[in-house]
Design a protein around this ligand. Structure first.
Ligand SMILES: C[S@@+](CC[C@H](N)C(=O)[O-])C[C@H]1O[C@@H](n2cnc3c(N)ncnc32)[C@H](O)[C@@H]1O
Length: 262
């Protein structure tokens, strides 16, 4: 954590509330909080996925990384050990497992992930329901190769991975799939890319779409992007969990923003 992230985390920890659903009047948000966000009961596949993470964390093979994102805060070289990527670039189990529970609960028909990396969150998104189609995009071919093996080894058969820059792949893919029920945006952590991706994706949202933005306090620019997204007129419910910002588009919902201790 750098100074900005630590400062933001302290403020989040002091001011976030609604633990155990106290003070929440919306039945949907209460349900979301008590039955999904705070229900840490493990699912059968979590241990298997986490065992796979441990093998990635011990994999000392070096690969050449093509970086189309905002870069790494811990490494400037384009040579990276798989163990380093597994340690620094992947969503931690607590949050990855929340993705699983959200998909398991809301049952989206399709899911779009921007930023596959080694493929672990893709598996968490895919395993709740083999009938859900998961489209995942990764720019770096060498990383994508490892992700393909992750998906295969963990028997996630409902994943279509696209290798290429989001800017090149996304417009055609969106035209093809027509609507996005669930999006996990975990690619380029810059203000410009986050806002551009949001503006593009929202054209394909529907009344029940859920979009999740990762690392909303990674930098001041990311926080600014998050503040603009949650203020957008299309968004009626936003939930700030510090690591994740979650937004909903339900038209019949009176706009509310929550910061929830997670
Ligand atoms: C933070 S990692 C994704 C982590 C993964 N979702 C997980 O938690 O397991 C971000 C990935 O997005 C890819 N990426 C970033 N910007 C991109 C872009 N503009 N086009 C394609 N891929 C991009 C990077 O190569 C990197 O592997």
């Amino acid at each position: 954590m750098n100074f900005y992230q630590a400062k933001k985390y302290l403020s989040y920890w002091f001011f976030a509330k609604y633990k155990n659903g106290h003070g929440i009047h919306s039945p949907l948000v209460y349900d979301l909080l008590t039955n999904i966000i705070e229900d840490f009961t493990p699912f059968y596949c979590f241990e298997e996925i986490e065992q796979y993470r441990r093998t990635l964390l011990q994999n000392n093979k070096t690969i050449t990384v093509t970086d189309y994102g905002a870069g790494s805060k811990v490494n400037d070289s384009n040579k990276r050990k798989i163990s380093h990527i597994a340690k620094y670039s992947l969503t931690k189990p607590k949050y990855a497992q929340l993705l699983f529970r959200l998909v398991n609960y809301f049952k989206p028909n399709n899911i779009l992930e921007l930023g596959t990396s080694l493929g672990l969150t893709t598996v968490y998104l895919a395993l709740p329901n083999s009938k859900t189609k998961v489209y995942t995009l990764e720019g770096c071919p060498e990383i994508a190769k490892i992700a393909g093996a992750t998906h295969f080894e963990l028997n996630a058969i409902n994943i279509d991975m696209y290798v290429g820059k989001f800017q090149d792949v996304l417009p055609n893919l969106l035209t093809e799939i027509k609507t996005v029920d669930f999006a996990f945006v975990d690619g380029n952590h810059s203000y410009k890319a986050t806002i551009e991706n949001y503006n593009l994706l929202k054209n394909y949202s529907n009344n029940s779409s859920i979009f999740i933005f990762d690392d909303i306090y990674w930098s001041e620019a990311m926080t600014q992007a998050w503040n603009e997204i949650k203020a957008d007129n299309s968004i009626t419910l936003s939930i700030d969990l510090f690591q994740f910002g979650i937004v909903f588009f339900m038209k019949d919902f009176k706009k509310q923003n929550f910061r929830i201790k997670f």
